[in-house]
Design a protein around this ligand. Structure first.
Ligand SMILES: Cc1cc2nc3c(=O)[nH]c(=O)nc-3n(C[C@H](O)[C@H](O)[C@H](O)COP(=O)(O)O)c2cc1C
Length: 398
């Protein structure tokens, strides 16, 4: 009698503990959005980009600009808006440190925003002229706001570019692609013919020696980055640990967009965040085992001088157009810019320019300097939206 009573008590106690543990797990799963698609205010800008209250005003251009591709989702921008002009300012405080020591990627991202704004101009009754701030990236003072471009607006009734409608459909897709389907010929021709500034060119590889060499360069550069403690710490600073942090920051990288399988994503979201070494080692594994081998297309954008500010901006404008055209055709795209990030890093540390030599062998023309690498292909999964700071947070009206 006594024994069975004791046993019953123990079992009851264990049951309560299990319930408490399960309750805690459910609570944590809820708290960390384990089974939820990213949602809430940080994602609203994707619905609000063509709000009726913005229509026909320069703010509509900003609402399109903030949805652009940008490095590590740092959103390094402030828009100073009047009725006739928008100044696009680099917010140099939102930098990636040793991951982007010359703010080259920051300026490419600003170029992406400019392209979205240029596409949004006619839809809102504006003609637009873009003036890029001149000079070298290496001469930029750090810490504050630095003008990157001015958009001059005048009233005009011109046709809308079909890519305008694609602005909210473009997302970086970090899943495996279906390489067996190749890359659509028409889109490839469209990429090759894409209008760009005269000092910007694109190289596209779907197979062969250069394709293999570029794939290897991407994998090797990723491993070099993972071995560079400072680079991965600077990168890690922009990883967001769960929905609460994302709700506060509305920028940076979330696990949801990392290209993980549903089971791995749920586990990664549930568990405590990995330290920089482990999360970046996992990224190197994805690059080696998934990103590169499943790429139907590997591409490079090159310029005459990668540390020239207008050329960095022009690169971003071209990348944004490429990515939007791919999105319109249902094709996934993904920057894999590690081999240029290591070029910057070797230059910063005054090391032998091995990364430069690695890409020079692919471009085969010393007059062109690669500044942006990417992959494309048929998607195997849709990719979720990334967070954005809203228009109000990034606009100064004058
Ligand atoms: C200059 C530049 C470099 C980038 N490099 C990488 C990269 O190496 N790997 C990657 O996964 N995404 C890269 N991205 C994509 C950004 O992380 C992405 O645009 C950002 O997180 C916002 O997400 P979204 O493109 O889905 O809107 C890069 C974007 C830009 C503009």
């Amino acid at each position: 009698m006594t024994t069975s009573l004791t046993r019953r008590r123990i079992l009851q106690g264990a049951g309560i503990l299990t319930l408490v543990a399960a309750g805690g797990a459910v609570w944590r799963a809820h708290d960390r959005g384990v089974f939820a698609e990213p949602s809430g205010a940080p994602y609203d800008p994707w619905e609000m980009w063509n709000e009726p209250e913005y229509a026909g005003t320069p703010i509509a251009l900003v609402a399109a600009g903030i949805l652009a591709s940008n490095p590590h989702n740092t959103q390094p921008w402030i828009f100073r808006v009047s009725d006739t002009e928008i100044e696009v300012l680099a917010d140099t405080s939102r930098h990636l440190g040793s991951f982007d020591p010359y703010l080259r990627e920051m300026h490419i991202g600003l170029g992406c925003a400019v392209e979205n704004m240029v596409l949004a101009a006619p839809a809102n009754g504006f003609a637009v002229e873009v003036e890029a701030a001149p000079g070298a990236l290496t001469a930029i003072a750090r810490g504050g706001l630095v003008r990157a471009a001015t958009l001059r607006l005048s009233r005009a009734d011109t046709g809308t570019d079909p890519l305008y409608e694609t602005i909210p459909l473009r997302h970086t897709n970090r899943y495996a692609y279906d390489r067996s389907r190749g890359f659509p010929e028409e889109l490839l021709r469209g990429f090759a013919a894409m209008p760009a500034a005269e000092n910007v060119v694109i190289s596209l590889f779907t197979e062969g020696e250069e394709y293999e060499a570029l794939g290897k360069a991407i994998i090797d550069a990723t491993e070099e980055i993972v071995a560079d403690h400072e680079m991965i710490e600077d990168s890690h600073a922009w990883f967001r640990d769960g929905p609460d942090e994302m709700a506060r920051e509305r920028s940076g990288l979330a696990l949801d967009t990392a290209g993980l399988s549903p089971a791995l994503l749920a586990a990664a979201k549930f568990l405590p965040a990995l330290p920089a070494e482990q999360s970046h080692a996992a990224w190197a594994g994805q690059t080696r085992d998934s990103h590169v081998p499943t790429a139907a297309l590997l591409g490079l954008i090159s310029v005459r001088d990668r540390y020239d500010r207008p050329q960095a901006l022009a690169t971003g404008r071209l990348w944004q157009r490429l990515h939007l055209s791919a999105s319109a055709a249902g094709i996934a795209m993904h920057p894999l810019n590690q081999p240029v990030e290591t070029i910057d890093r070797e230059r910063q540390l005054d090391k032998e320019a091995k990364s430069e030599a690695r890409l020079a062998k692919i471009v085969k023309n010393p007059e062109w300097e690669p500044t942006f690498c990417f992959r494309g292909g048929y998607p195997t999964r849709d990719t979720p939206k990334s967070a954005r700071r809203g228009v109000d947070a990034v606009t100064e009206e004058t």
